[in-house]
Design a protein around this ligand. Sequence first.
Ligand code: KG4
Ligand code: ZN
Length: 345
Amino acid sequence: MKAKEYTFDMRILGIETSCDETASAVVENGTIVHSNIIETSLDEHRQTGGIVPEIAARDAEKKILPAIFSALKHANASWEKIDAIAVTAGPGLIGSLLIGIEAARTLAFFHDKPLIPIHHITGHISANRLKETEAPNFPVLVLTVSGGHNELVLWKSDFEFERIGVTIDDAAGEAFDKAARMLGLGFPGGPEIEKSAKDGDATKYHFPRPMRNAEGFDFSFSGLKTALLYQIQKENDLASVRTDLAASFQEAVTETLFLRLQKAAEYFSVREIHLSGGVSANEKLREKIMSFCAEKKYTFRVPEMCFCTDNAAMIAGAAFWKMRQFPQKKWDWEKVVPQLTREFF
Ligand code: KG4
Ligand code: ZN
């Protein structure tokens, strides 16, 4: 394919299949969302109480082409109106990733479009630019948390990121999912715990706030999960204390996330703080960070609910900023393969 000159007035078709969602979207200039189709295999995973990689991949295979064509249709876009294709190249479940990547490679080849590989987390971070007219005031401090990742990132320019903290074991979303299972709640655990916690007393149990005084900006959640397990084992009637356990556990997770973010905010010189990833849907976490930002005069951004959990609009959005950051690069479909490393690409 010839290297093309980009005007940076672009419509990008995004594809995301890193986990249990099969998603496609059309986004213009990293911000204007023309369509956002999200199909999920959650019903199958509710029955197993967690994600079974093979089920997720087989489901993605069924849904990928309908999702892409639906994204084009809702955007009222023919292939001529699409300037590039973007796809999540990793990290994620290899079976699911391959479905999205292979569809993207085939379409890019067939329609002669540039193909941009996107790191899933840079997608979650870029979700905060969707439907926004104002560019962030870089550098931005980002707390991005889902079932698969839990990180503090310095977002330095359109597509330049530096990881400053990671979880040394579980991600907070994973901790929510496992805790919900222990409490006899459904899957995914985050929203289930949040719902149950509404009727509970968050001060009834005091669970640890792991790593609160540790050096650096890393996280840990596996000890907190074990503390919940020991507490459940002590209870004679789980049903009567379930909501209090859920509320106290949610308080411990959200406060732990908040305390590490607060420490990073005090250390780095930033004027904006963003939250992203599936766990950013959590109201308690949003409230804590929002009131801190209001008090300390940071600009705060969190994506709209539909852009918090996995979606393809964030992938199409990130691709726009990536193309703009590297205008000389040739985006050849042949070079796009799964990338399972954690390093940003
Ligand atoms: O970003 P995402 O859709 O997929 C991954 O990249 O992992 O995030 C899914 C995670 C799950 O662990 C889920 O329990 C969590 O986000 N989550 C929440 C909420 N909604 C989703 N956690 C806490 N509160 C919520 N409201
Ligand atoms: Zn995600």
